[in-house]
Design a protein. Structure first.
Length: 302
């Protein structure tokens, strides 16, 4: 597989799945190369230069092919540090990249180091790989603004970080088809999706004085699951069903008093609530233990 630099990105020309991604300089895949310091070194570097030129030709072909709908667009990995990265999956029908995962506590803490996702009764929700919760729409939108101010050079020119629109969310949650639920049309949900199942029945009884839950569903986690362990769909996105409700960019209606929430959360068990087409909303300053968000990379508004 050939690697070459293009602007602020390291482009990998190779297999079209895990190996295809754009990485900002300084990420774990972009090791520093200081270049030749002598004539002998320059001569020795010629084969690498030729490989670079060949890869450049391949990349230009890819650009043309993408325009013709013949070649997949690379996914993106944005470095928050040497250890932490934000992964985005290309969603061709929308011409955007969608966050592969819901934003985690660790990722959010780069923006707001004082934030805590607290506990829900005796259950921890503040581990680094759990989705950030107790974030309002205003918090989520401000996080996107912080990404744009600090890491916009890590994404293609003309694009920006933002919350998904409600329409965008529904397309990537349904994988572009008319399915009823994020995993398909059958009920109940697979155990890989995090909803209120038998794993929390006694806990739920103590809080809500009833034992209503998804009979036969056991995801093994009472509250929020690690973002990489919650409901993978066919387009490679985790957590679009369950785990946490996700803020969308839109107002709920013309009154502009509430912002849209989609996807249901770890505390839901009702088929009509879990359905992809279900909508909820909350005031932009509201936050609780069931609400989080994901980010998309989309064409910047002019």
């Amino acid at each position: 597989m050939n690697n070459w630099m293009y602007g602020n990105f390291k482009v990998h020309v190779g297999p079209p799945l895990a190996a295809r991604r754009l990485c900002p300089i300084g990420s774990r895949t972009a090791s520093a190369s200081r270049g030749p310091t002598s004539e002998a070194d320059k001569v020795a570097a010629l084969p690498n230069l030729m490989a670079f030129l060949c890869s450049a030709c391949v990349f230009l072909w890819m650009i043309c092919s993408v325009g013709a709908g013949q070649c997949p667009v690379p996914d993106i990995e944005v470095a928050l540090s040497d250890e932490d990265f934000v992964d985005f999956i290309w969603v061709a029908p929308l011409s955007i990249w969608a966050g592969k995962y819901e934003v985690s506590n660790a990722q959010y803490n780069y923006f707001d180091r004082a934030h805590e996702s607290k506990r829900y009764y005796d259950h921890v929700m503040d581990l680094s790989d759990q989705p950030v919760v107790y974030v309002s729409w205003e918090d989520a939108n401000n996080y996107c603004g912080w990404l744009n101010r600090n890491l916009r050079g890590s994404i293609p020119s003309g694009y920006e970080f933002r919350l998904p629109t409600e329409k965008e969310w529904e397309v990537f949650a349904s994988c572009g088809d008319a399915r009823k639920y994020p995993w398909g049309d059958r009920w109940p949900p697979p155990n890989s999706f995090n909803y209120r199942g038998v794993e929390g029945s006694s806990f739920i009884y103590n809080i809500f004085h009833n034992q209503r839950f998804l009979s036969g569903h056991d995801d093994g986690i009472v509250v929020t699951a690690p973002v990489g362990e919650s409901g993978l769909n066919e387009w490679g996105l985790f957590g679009v069903g369950g785990n946490v409700w996700e803020w969308c960019l839109d107002w709920n209606d013309k009154s502009q008093t509430a912002r849209v929430l989609r996807g249901a959360g770890w505390n839901n068990y009702e088929p009509e609530i879990i359905a992809i087409t279900n909508r909820s909303a909350a005031k932009p300053d509201r936050s609780n233990a069931m609400i989080g968000f994901r980010v998309v990379v989309a064409p910047a508004k002019k």
